[in-house]
Design a protein around this ligand. Sequence first.
Ligand code: NDP
Length: 454
Amino acid sequence: MSDNHDYDLIVIGAGSGGVRLARMSAQRGARVAVIESRYLGGTCVNVGCVPKKLFVYGSHMGEDIEDAAGYGWSVPADQMRFDWPTLVANKNTEIERLNGIYRRLLENAGVTIIEGTASFTDSNTLAVGDASYTAKHITVATGSWPVTPDVPGKECILSSNEMFYLPQLPRQAVVWGGGYIAVEFAGILAGLGVETTLLYRGDMFLRGFDDDIRRFTASELPKKGVKLRFGVTIEAVRSEGAGYAVQLSDGTEMATGLVMAATGRRALVDGLGLEELGVQLNAGGHVVVDQHFQTAVPSITALGDVIGTPQLTPVALAQAMVLSRRLFGDGEGVMDYTCIATAVFCQPNIGTVGLTEAEARESHGKLRIYRSEFKPMKHTLSGRDERSLMKLIVEDSTDRVLGAHMVGPDAGEIVQGLAVAMKAGATKAHFDSTLGIHPTSAEEFVTMREPVAE
Ligand code: NDP
């Protein structure tokens, strides 16, 4: 494999996709380096999936303690304490442990870790500070970064990046946006006792999810203390006293202690010099690649958030496996983007796989829609007013299950298994002939007998 380059492969970015590509390729015998300017593990490990899930656990625990009363456990309300710095410090310790694991994984695979910021000097050469490195293949796996709309007072607005290191919790917070990150953080803050308002510009948040799931989530979040305001956006923010005044598009103003934007993430390509080499960026700023992750420049490939495919860790990991196999293995496989299961860790969670009802109506003929809404058994004794929703979308002519959607505790855990069944082509008859696990919420997915709509 050796030629006159320093490496067979240099990966720019040690996030989920980059690390997987580097390790897999090194294990196939390639000489690999990875260049990273920030932290090992990328967004997922440092300021994304992992710390977010830890915060969601922490946030939900207050509710668990309250719910325990119905089961005979009593924790007097005046003795309930929550210490935010403890949660942040413990989370930081865990993230450092994971950073170390990522370092060892790379080193044990024989990958050279280069710390610094890379920029292309030609299509096979990268400069990092005063040093330069050449490689036969270079993969851009630089990920994405939060975007905050350009409004006056933008500098007062935090992104998810800073939320993970807040020194203290405010009494009130405004979360701006209506996607994954906004609903997750609104839930985290509300669960920790912060008076939280989520502002979304459209008339229903979570665009892209099934409409029943969106509406149902909108009816559940306020029960947890998240105030939802739709059809409104932020026009300006200014410091006022110890907090901020938020000027809204409906002419009103809100006072708050914190403003967080969760208004999307852009591809992180700054300073790489890609376009100068002929690598194209699309209108959204993502690196343009073909289905083999190939850019217009033969030596340059790209994967993960930076190419604009679903911004999910498992997607980047799978892309890395496909690309490593193509560059250094035995195959020209392509990614299968169908039936990607995903969860939103709002409270209660959303779990979803396959088509929404609206998508299925557009792409398939007659459907059968199954829906079940119920109070989870746990809350019969806790007395909490929380409900779950499950929904199946079935193609009438083939009986194939096209979509499975859920709002409720552990929705992500439940929907993962359904994704396997749907990948295998499961029909509603397969679901019906599967015996439930009793008593669980999950069994509802195999006991929905009568369609509620066609
Ligand atoms: P999303 O793209 O999911 O949502 C962005 C939200 O901000 C949308 O509601 C959008 O509104 C709104 N928005 C965008 N621009 C503006 C603007 N100029 N003014 C007002 N509102 C605006 O982005 P997120 O930041 O929430 O998350 C990024 C990605 O990260 C997700 O798509 C997901 O792939 C990934 N992620 C996955 C998680 C998981 O798997 N659990 C958790 C967190 C993130 P509109 O709908 O009207 O366009």
